[in-house]
Design a protein around this ligand. Structure first.
Ligand code: MG
Length: 386
């Protein structure tokens, strides 16, 4: 079998702008992958890296030699060593598509290639329930509605400010003296806790955030609010700060969406401060690499929550990963993308519609079992390589 064509889609959607890869073979089997750059800036960079890697390494290659092809790209492309989010995302999308092709050729789901499934459904927390809230009052109303919708765990961004246009703006100038920021953020979380009641799990994402000292004050102020975990409590490049803050709080610490390959996670785990790692299969180096990362985490007594913020393609790939993972903790899930005006659904069966009995079902194959909605995605082709 030989790979004969790569199609790179940059989906011009509102809410997210997913970068999706399809690899086609001479035997008529194709595979999908997604670069984890659907948010923030850099999607075009990942698409460009995908194009370059496909042209140089992937077209003409045997897709069944996954380890061989990944090693070749890693060792010869120069920028995949210590890759960062953009190059790491391109590598990951290619690796994911290769597993899809392999599983489809064997007519099995991808999780079967990683030892089979260990569970029949995935527990999850809801993210994105705050979309469109234009004030704190509206946000509290939406928290209540999310609980009424049946979600039993919610994640929120306590330092982000609700904007009049219904988006969230993350903190800037985090090391400046913002005397009231800590108090306001604690009050905000307390209001959400009162609104959702004691039985809902609350996760907090600081996405970087405040200075080390203010973050410690913030974490201390939260300790009576029964917080499941606090995520990215400091700049992800500063493991020393993570250790400093972690030593001063009893709340479990999560991070990892901006760590890459086994090397990045080794350095994180060796600090022995995180309780939960959050690798994104769309930038860590791919599924096999993330299984290795998860095994390292297991040796440190750390649980795994895949970071998921992408299209149905990325969400489904993450579900296959979690299905077969021994130290799986909880899945990140966005149930409300379709509410965003201008949202483009890329698959014939949207993953966000699959919730059943308060859990995410394990997707069936073959491969990931995702079918792109051709009439929709054909308008979003960014490059074809053959
Ligand atoms: Mg995060």
């Amino acid at each position: 079998m030989k790979i004969i064509k790569a199609t790179i889609y940059t989906i011009r959607s509102e809410g997210l702008k997913p970068i999706i890869l399809r690899l086609e073979t001479d035997e008529g089997i194709s595979g999908l992958g997604e670069a984890a750059t659907a948010y923030g800036s850099g999607g075009t960079g990942a698409a460009g890296m995908l194009k370059d890697l496909c042209a140089r390494f992937v077209i003409g290659a045997d897709p069944t030699g996954i380890n061989q092809l990944v090693a070749e790209m890693y060792d010869q492309s120069f920028w995949l060593k210590n890759p960062g989010g953009i190059a790491g995302a391109a590598l990951s999308a290619i690796e994911q598509a290769l597993w899809d092709i392999r599983a489809r050729s064997l007519e099995v789901p991808v999780y079967d290639l990683f030892g089979g499934r260990m569970r029949d459904s995935l527990s999850y927390y809801a993210n994105g329930w705050y979309f469109g809230a234009k004030s704190v009052a509206e946000l509290l109303k939406q928290a209540e509605a999310a609980v009424q919708d049946g979600h039993t765990a919610l994640k929120m961004y306590p330092l982000a400010k609700v904007q009049p246009n219904g988006t969230l703006r993350h903190t800037v100038n985090r090391n400046a003296d913002e005397r009231h920021a800590v108090r306001e953020a604690i009050d905000f979380v307390a209001q959400v806790r009162r609104t959702v009641g004691p039985d809902v799990d609350l996760m907090l994402d600081l996405a970087g955030g405040l200075s080390v000292g203010d973050t410690i004050r913030f974490a201390r102020g939260l300790e009576d609010l029964d917080i499941a975990f606090i995520e990215e409590i400091n700049d992800p490049g500063d493991l020393g700060a993570l250790q400093q803050i972690g030593a001063k709080t009893v709340i479990p610490i999560a991070c990892g969406e901006r760590q890459y390959l086994r090397y990045g996670f080794r350095d994180l785990l060796e600090r022995r401060v995180v309780s939960i790692i959050q690798p994104d299969l769309g930038n860590t180096g791919g599924i096999a690499e993330t299984h290795k990362i998860a095994a390292m985490a297991d040796a440190y007594g750390v649980k795994v929550q895949p970071h998921v913020c992408g299209s149905t393609v990325a969400a489904t790939i993450a579900a296959h990963f979690s299905a077969s993972l021994p130290n799986f903790y909880v899945q990140e899930h966005f149930p409300y993308w379709a509410r965003v005006p201008g949202w483009v659904e890329v698959a014939t069966e949207p993953f966000e519609n699959c919730l059943k009995d308060g859990a995410l079902p394990i997707p069936e194959g073959p491969g990931y079992g995702v079918t792109l909605d051709e009439p929709t995605v054909k308008d979003h082709i960014w490059a074809e390589v053959s």
